[in-house]
Design a protein around this ligand. Structure first.
Ligand code: GAR
Length: 207
């Protein structure tokens, strides 16, 4: 069983999808052993507690810069013997000390079809606002490995939804979460834990 550590910053619906998938026996070869939050008092922490998963809060605001914060996260990941790190609505970009310590072992969910609407500054509802402002007719979510560049690591899975004429950022966010994120994130985590993802020339392939 691989130790999975999930990093969160907010409501934690993706964490919940992982917890529910694990309960259904759908995370083969892995177990969520710890949740780390960058904010105190977020609902994701209640979800962890309700599922009996230990949690640690490492507030981003307590650290002067991203490097100092990343060092603290790295120390905790080591303490937890993390074998897979999942960023499930984690709103802080991790520095190179973390990404280089866990190559192809950090998975992120991004709420758009990378390479569109991604990179620094594109997170949460801002992503959906930008997609609607552009006028796209499909959007979706991407599950990818994390490297030293924001949202630029190897893509594992993607899924798309149609954008309706009367779509709002909130309705698009919900549609993408329900139809793509909550399904594909647990699936990618299970594929990783089953050693079914191979890397060739910097790209990820599912066997
Ligand atoms: C999700 O839509 C996730 O894809 C997005 O934030 C939301 C978190 O929701 N993540 C990012 O924008 C990261 N760049 P959750 O806390 O309910 O899982």
């Amino acid at each position: 069983m691989k130790n999975i550590v999930v990093l969160v910053s907010g409501g934690g619906t993706n964490l919940q999808a992982l917890i529910d998938a694990e309960k259904r026996g759908e995370i083969k070869g892995g177990k969520i052993t710890c949740v780390i939050s960058s904010k105190e008092g977020v609902y994701a922490l209640e979800r962890a507690s309700a599922a009996g998963i230990p949690s640690v809060v490492i507030p981003r605001k307590d650290f002067a810069d991203s490097d100092a914060y990343s060092e603290a996260i790295l120390a905790e990941l080591k303490r937890q013997n993390a074998e897979l790190v999942v960023l499930a609505g984690f709103m802080t970009i991790l520095g190179e000390c973390v990404t280089s310590a866990y190559p192809y072992r950090i998975i992120n969910v991004h709420p758009a079809l990378i390479p569109s609407f991604c990179g620094e500054g594109f997170y949460g509802l801002k992503v959906h606002k930008a997609a609607l402002e552009y006028g796209v007719k499909v959007s979706g979510a991407t599950i990818h490995f994390v490297n030293e560049k924001a949202d630029a690591g190897a893509i594992i899975l993607q899924g798309a939804v149609d954008v309706a004429n009367d779509e709002t950022p909130e309705s698009l966010q919900r549609k993408i979460m329900e139809n793509v994120e909550w399904k594909l994130l647990p699936k990618a985590v299970s594929l990783f834990c089953e050693d079914r993802i191979t890397i060739k020339d910097g790209k990820a392939y599912v066997d």
